[in-house]
Design a protein around this ligand. Sequence first.
Ligand code: NAD
Ligand code: IPM
Ligand code: MN
Length: 367
Amino acid sequence: SSSSKVVLLPGDGIGPEIVAQAARILALFPHISTTTHLVGGAAIDATGSPFPDTTRDAVSSADAILLGAVGGPKWEAQAVRPEQGLLAMRKHLDLFANIRPVFFPAEKCRALSPLKPETLAGFDKSIVVRELVSGIYFGARTEANYSVSEVEAHDQMTYKQSEIARITHLAAHLALASSPPEPVTLVDKANVLATSRLWRKTVTDIMAQSYPQIPFSTCLVDAAAMHMIKDPKKLNGIVLTENLFGDILSDEASVIPGSLGLMPSASLAGLEKGKPGLYEPIHGSAPDIAGQGKANPIGTILSVAMMFRYSLNMPWEAELIEEAVRAAIDAGTVTADLGGSATTAAVGDLIVTLVEAALKTRRRPMT
Ligand code: NAD
Ligand code: IPM
Ligand code: MN
């Protein structure tokens, strides 16, 4: 197959540790070339900007991007923050769809979850489809200077119907990838917010007119947060929601498989290939464990599997990665967040070895 360009953005905190393990998987494929660039706090330290021009140019011409995490206490008190670099990149590449699957990467995760087996019974998989380039993250705001005289601030949440429509169609396409189609649940706050009422009307109309074959329902976000951990099977299927709700609900959903460190994501400018996709674990830079070899690399490694599937047209290789992750977890080779004692590198070692062995012994199906 033709060559693919992947840009690595390790970022801050545990970012470099987890991206290093995922990069070992990418290195097993000779047709994938990688370059490494600065983003976040590391980029601020080196250039003054969290999303420097050199990084912008590299990601713009990439086939896919793998990001670790950005942010940390070092940059908290300053006007230019690492997180702005990530937001600027999402906006620049118009990565409006953030796909965050919630599932058990190994059967053993059902036992590693803090939720009771009877609570987990019937839960199979949710895919949080989070709008990523609009809403309160990108609205007008007071640029508070945090001086003592500052007594008021505002952040504005805005949505256009077109922004809601395009992610609704994407969520519906994901639902239709299964047969029968996965149900779609719109999560909003339509009892209070004007933006949510626009979401409710727009999504309901599109689902009725264009996708009558997809089971569709709505749920208010406060109740959805409760269902997510009290009766997660209620959210089986696609959970379609706006930027901030999706951020919060997806971290909460990590309680289901047992750790934030397991959760991958894809951020896409659409389902058709050709535009660069951004792949990253959903967690942050975990300053509390950075530099100690404790970080779970699985969320990042599973993000590579998503990259193979959504951007690089390598679905078989994606499955090999997911199988290797499953085997590592089942073998008990897990980091402390899952109750184990393996280091980041030891988890990486086993998964890389398993993928490498599978590539040698298994035949790639003809497509
Ligand atoms: P966090 O996700 O970094 O950490 C929350 C908790 O989960 C911590 O106890 C951490 O140790 C644990 N954790 C996270 N990832 C883990 C992993 N792979 N293995 C084991 N344990 C893991 O959230 P936070 O502490 O609230 O934020 C820290 C910084 O990260 C902030 O600056 C925040 O803005 C940033 N952040 C960045 C991203 C991103 O780059 N996409 C996402 C979330 C937060
Ligand atoms: C995430 C993070 C980011 C977000 C921050 C770091 C801007 O929490 O990717 O989930 O809120 O989107
Ligand atoms: Mn988040």
